[in-house]
Ligand binder design. Structure first.
Ligand code: ATP
Length: 137
């Protein structure tokens, strides 16, 4: 598909970066087809990051992702999944390329400002978790 899913994580919302991040996303050619502020439960966060459940940082990750509001969106662009992963940059902002969203707005490897789906399948699954058909344009 030509769509991906993103979350602006609690650190970036707290730091007042929702507007600047959305500006960067649209400037890069992504069209917003769904958008809202919401939050996730601890159970949702554990499920979302279940691949990391055995890692030492898992508890911290779940606390972080549930400590405040997030902004979720579905984005449309040709080659959306790969192009969006390139726009956000490496997981650790210290390793992210200049000009990427994480280089510009992330706090640390754990609190790294944004999520971008890693496959078309996950993009669809994650988008459908947050948005009903009526909310997708
Ligand atoms: P995301 O899935 O959020 O888009 P990603 O695909 O770049 O991030 P993953 O390796 O899937 O990175 O890790 C998921 C999330 O877990 C990271 O975004 C980060 O918030 C957290 N995380 C990953 N590795 C670490 C670590 N070593 N220490 C602390 N937090 C980490």
């Amino acid at each position: 598909t030509n769509r991906t899913f993103t979350m602006i994580k609690p650190d970036a919302v707290e730091n007042g970066y929702v507007g600047p991040i959305i500006e960067k996303i649209t400037a890069a050619g992504f069209k917003i087809v769904a958008l809202k502020m919401t939050r996730i439960s601890r159970a949702d966060a554990r499920d979302f990051y279940s691949e990391h459940s055995e890692r030492s940082f898992f508890g911290e990750l779940v606390e972080f992702m549930t400590r405040g509001p997030i902004v979720v969106a579905i984005l449309q662009k040709e080659n959306a999944v790969a192009d969006f992963r390139a726009l956000i940059g490496a997981t650790d902002p210290a390793e992210a390329a200049e000009g990427t969203i994480r280089k510009t707005f992330a706090t640390s490897k754990g609190e790294n400002a944004v999520h971008g789906s890693d496959s078309n399948e996950n993009a669809t699954k994650e988008g459908n978790f947050h948005f009903s058909d009526r909310e997708k344009f």
